[in-house]
Write a protein that binds this ligand. Sequence first.
Ligand SMILES: [Zn+2]
Length: 385
Amino acid sequence: MLDVLRHVHLHPETTRAELARDLGLSRGSATEILARLRALDLVEETAAEPTGARGRPTRTVRRHDRGPVVAAVDVSYESWRLAVSHLGGGLEPLRRERYGGQPAEDVLGRISRALREVRTAFGARLRAVGVSMSGTVSGGRLVESATIGWRDVEVAERLRIAPIPVVIGNDATMAGVAEARRGAATGADVALHVAVEVGVGGVVLEHGRATTGSTGAGGEFGHLPFGDPDRPCPCGAHGCWDLEVDGRALARILGAPPPAAPRSAADAVLRRAGEGDPAALAAVEQVARNLGRGIGGLVNALDPRIVTLSGVAAALLDQAGDSVRAAYLSGLMRFRRHDPPPLIRAAFPRDGSLRGAAELAFDTVLSEAGLDSWRADARPAPETV
Ligand SMILES: [Zn+2]
């Protein structure tokens, strides 16, 4: 049942025949499993459009209108967003609020109230909450966010609505999950996602699963020492790559003071470079090389099939792609250069982290425990157990 549900989640408009074929099920087994999932309000079946092919007509399998939903929250620099997602993916945006500069307690209080409203609206159909945070996440805690300015915040605890599980992760990790499962890296056995907003974040994904270390704080690629060893980083280390590839780096190269909003500063310099400003162009080329060289090092270490880029990294690929690629290739070990993993723009530049948060929340729903509790909550009638 779980395999079938997961298949419907990843292929929202599948047919009974495709599903049986892809999962290696007999027609009889597929029919029986789908009947059980229908009885649990998890899937619905309708007559499929005739394909003209010979054989018995098949049926389209899709999510049930009364099936499980998850809430996804993305807390980024200056604003937070809330959406719900159904089996099959996709997002229904519910709310977006700007909060720039306010303390964590106030902002999380408002998000918590919004989640309770979702719980009221969807009742027991709400099964999990996924939270994406711009910053370093360990366990359920935001360790530090240079962009938001918060430190040591127990996010999962603050947003928990018992007994609904809350999963929390770094925004670049979440965006990587979305790319690997439904975006530019779909189907890759091992994918690397690199996001540059303020500093560098990212994640390695194996078959769509993020490898985030023992506490969830892995993927802090920006704090690899690919930079100037004399330059202190706000993280406490020296020589971090973070300081060489974002708006802070561009400002420094141009002789400007450290920007208060490094992402907007990067966009402004990229715009000037696009208009032909020679100083901006030179700064963009320099930062593009810093990015490419670092990705080469990551590829040497991690051996991904594909590299997806988002944020400033994607903009650099667009505007200074030759410099990014030249530095990338020169940083690769010789044996990798004849067939280097491609550098590709992310498919979800705007809402990847929100989509990834929904995916990770759904992972808890599409588990043995998740299915058991759905059976117990949504359909207590014993004959369906
Ligand atoms: Zn650092």
